[in-house]
Ligand binder design. Structure first.
Ligand SMILES: C[S@@+](CC[C@H](N)C(=O)[O-])C[C@H]1O[C@@H](n2cnc3c(N)ncnc32)[C@H](O)[C@@H]1O
Length: 325
């Protein structure tokens, strides 16, 4: 997975306004702020820092968004959204990912608190078929006005920046504005998962169907101390490698998510929660199933399951009903 070339070029052009050393220092400060759980509002206070975000972080949130939206497309075949609402849009990352997965999207509304992010998002958009004509709204997720419903609503790496008391109201407002499906996406940390789990439960209480990743809409069965998260691999651009002083050509972005919809989709029969452990003649899988968590062993003698497991990765569907535990 890599950024659309048009977006990569636009980021490189904007980043060229700053000396590489300053951009590198800002990227470092940003990743330290994220590691310590500091909200980005504090660290995205200048164009230098915003561009460091665009160059170093945005490719990772794009990769996670792309994976999650592709899963929505797979699990909810009726989804053909025409309109997108992004709450906490940053520079419009979701619009770039959603336009690739849902080419029928014709209208985007992007709500963002920071005027600098909006300005850069507009510059990066260039002649993008969806984002060039997007409506940007400078607004605060803690005090959202009634929003006209849109087919697809996205809250990506943004709700975690709100306070405990504010976040539920913001998620409810997002749900009220959802005509088809709502994507909640957060960093794949214990904290991110705790937030998504809480919001998933609250919105199920308001009638939401769960499209992904869960194969059910019951309470999450994971025990305390464990967390549901996945990884999206992205190719590092030359600029990213330089900023991260890394020699590795890729990185794995850990994320956690829930896709909720107004009507039932086709949920996975079971979800693979860890890297499958493959050995000679058998593989161990950790699954989330409609009947709870299961550890199963698939052997070569079960031809259909073995073929599926040989290709399957962490986060994929296990396309069979697992045996009762
Ligand atoms: C980590 S960035 C994520 C941006 C984008 N959604 C993505 O996935 O790349 C978080 C964004 O949320 C915005 N944000 C934080 N608190 C907000 C609030 N209360 N209202 C509106 N936007 C907010 C920040 O300004 C920032 O642009």
């Amino acid at each position: 997975m890599s950024l659309p070339p048009q977006l990569q070029r636009a980021i490189e052009q904007e980043a060229g306004r700053f000396p590489p050393r300053e951009l590198g220092q800002a990227a470092l400060a940003l990743s330290e702020a994220y590691r310590s759980g500091q909200p980005s509002a504090l660290s995205l206070s200048s164009d230098l820092h915003r561009l460091a975000y665009a160059a170093a972080r945005l490719p990772a949130t794009f990769a996670a968004l792309h994976r999650v939206l592709a899963e929505l497309c797979r699990r909810w075949p009726g989804a053909g959204p025409r309109s997108l609402l992004d709450l906490g849009a940053g520079m419009g990352t979701s619009g770039w990912a959603a336009a690739e997965v849902f080419p029928g999207l014709a209208e985007a509304t992007l709500v963002e608190a920071d005027a600098g992010m909006i300005g850069l998002g507009q510059s990066l958009a260039g002649e993008h078929p969806l984002l060039a004509g997007a409506t940007w709204v400078r607004g605060d997720l803690r005090a959202l006005p009634a929003l006209a419903p849109r087919d697809l609503v996205v809250c990506s790496y943004a709700l975690g920046e709100l306070g405990e008391e504010e976040v539920l109201a913001a998620a409810r407002a997002a749900w009220v504005a959802t005509r088809q499906a709502l994507v909640l996406l957060e960093p794949g940390t214990m904290r991110g998962f705790g937030l998504v789990r809480r919001l998933r439960a609250a919105l199920i209480g308001e009638g939401a169907q769960v499209v992904a990743p869960c194969p059910h809409r019951d309470a999450c069965p994971l025990p305390a101390g464990d967390w549901c998260h996945f990884a999206a691999r992205l190719e590092r651009s030359r600029l990213q490698k330089r900023l991260k002083e890394g020699t590795v050509g890729y990185e794995d972005e850990k994320y956690t998510y829930a896709v909720l919809a107004r009507s039932p989709g086709v949920p996975a029969l079971a979800r693979i929660l860890r890297h499958p452990r493959r050995r000679a003649g058998h593989a161990d899988l950790q699954l989330c199933t409609p009947e709870g968590l299961r550890s199963i062993v698939v052997t070569r003698s079960d031809k259909a399951a073995w073929t599926a497991v040989r290709k399957a990765e962490w986060g994929d569907e296990y396309p069979f009903s697992p045996p009762p535990g």
